[in-house]
Design a protein around this ligand. Structure first.
Ligand code: ATP
Ligand code: MG
Length: 332
């Protein structure tokens, strides 16, 4: 039995919470998964340095932020320093050709999104990589999210279950106009920050020196090491927090008037800035302050997202003791 399981028991007295812990224990990324990703990253970095001698490769996203599951892909950021910013598409096309000679890479695919990526697999496995060029904000926010993930024992199981819930209900795919995992995580953190007894503070506000947006990228992984755990008065169980999260977005949050700001640990009023006007969902990127939920641009998709919150909340809300039949399976 993992150590975290024992201490989580305090928040898992009811059946729903207990099931959340079980799902978390079964799905969370294992250290062997991370080691495999790390081995591949190191090998790729060596091979890429044959072309770009000064380039450095960073693992980002859920592989590194504490919120990954066994099946999560590995996000990579290639940092090429220098005064002249290279064109990402140019670099990625170059790498795509060069990767043909690597025995451990297969199925490369160049994706021309707002942040262009090269997607590929480790040969003969189901491990998928998404590589971007110089999107360094992703390194900074990965280590910010990591600090939130470990600030309280409940965060990681709570987020992992909500990611499963969203995926199961087909509202967790930015390429199809719904929520990216990153947006969803910020939505969960925002809920936990704005409870009457908050489960989380704003770490950027309380430890500005650990999350200085201008610090050199090599120093970014040091930040979280200096953040102590947050001691919250809120002792809600995991199940109570899950139902509270669904209730908040089903009944309380004003999508048309509010912007989610994890940076400020509150909902900001929507201003007329072009970042927020005519957007269905507004979630502020903690460093760049742009809208991470801009993928949700169709009314139909927005309605589908709201409908999932409403429906799952309806199913769970009357199970007051959270002990009746109900399993998390009713919504996941
Ligand atoms: P999953 O486990 O589903 O792969 P993930 O945590 O890796 O989830 P993604 O939405 O795939 O989340 O994003 C990967 C990483 O890319 C995020 O952790 C974040 O660092 C960065 N990222 C994603 N979207 C944005 C954005 N709009 N602005 C800045 N960084 C982003
Ligand atoms: Mg990912």
């Amino acid at each position: 039995v993992p150590e975290s399981f024992n201490s989580l028991q305090a928040y898992a007295k009811d059946k729903l919470s207990h099931q959340m812990v079980e799902l978390f224990e079964a799905c969370q990324q294992q250290s062997s998964d991370l080691e495999r990703k790390e081995r591949c990253r190191a090998r790729l970095q060596r091979d890429i340095q044959d072309i770009y001698a000064v380039a450095r490769l960073y693992l980002t996203g859920s592989s590194m932020n504490g919120l990954g599951c066994r099946s999560s892909d590995a996000d990579l950021c290639l940092v090429i320093k220098g005064t002249k910013r290279p064109d990402p598409i140019f670099v990625l096309s170059h790498l795509q050709r060069a990767f043909r000679s690597l025995s451990y890479v297969e199925r490369t695919q160049l994706i021309r999104a707002k942040v262009p990526i090269l997607r590929f697999r480790e040969r003969g496995s189901d491990l998928e990589f998404d590589l971007n060029i110089n999107n360094t904000v992703g390194i900074r926010n990965t280590f910010l999210l990591r600090s939130y993930a470990y600030a309280d024992l409940r965060i990681r199981p709570m987020i992992l279950v909500i990611k499963k819930w969203a995926r199961h209900n087909q509202i967790n795919d930015a390429s199809k106009g719904t929520l990216s995992s990153y947006t969803l995580v910020l939505m969960v953190l925002h809920y936990l920050q704005t409870l009457k007894d908050p489960v989380l503070p704003s770490l950027q506000r309380d430890y500005p020196e650990c999350f200085n947006p201008f610090v050199d990228i090599d120093m970014v992984p040091e930040g979280p090491k200096r953040v102590p755990p947050y001691v919250s008065r809120n002792q809600s169980s995991l199940g109570e927090l899950l139902v509270g999260f669904l209730r908040y977005y089903a009944t309380e949050f004003r999508w048309d008037k509010q912007v989610i700001s994890v940076r400020e640990a509150r909902a900001l009023p929507k201003t007329n800035s072009h970042e927020w006007t005519n957007k269905y969902i507004c979630v502020e990127e903690p460093f760049e302050r742009n809208n991470v939920a801009r993928a949700v641009h169709e009314k139909m998709k927005f309605d589908a997202i709201k409908a999932e919150f409403a429906e799952s909340y309806r199913i769970l809300k009357d199970r007051k003791d959270l002990n009746s039949i109900l399993p998390v399976r009713a919504v996941i």
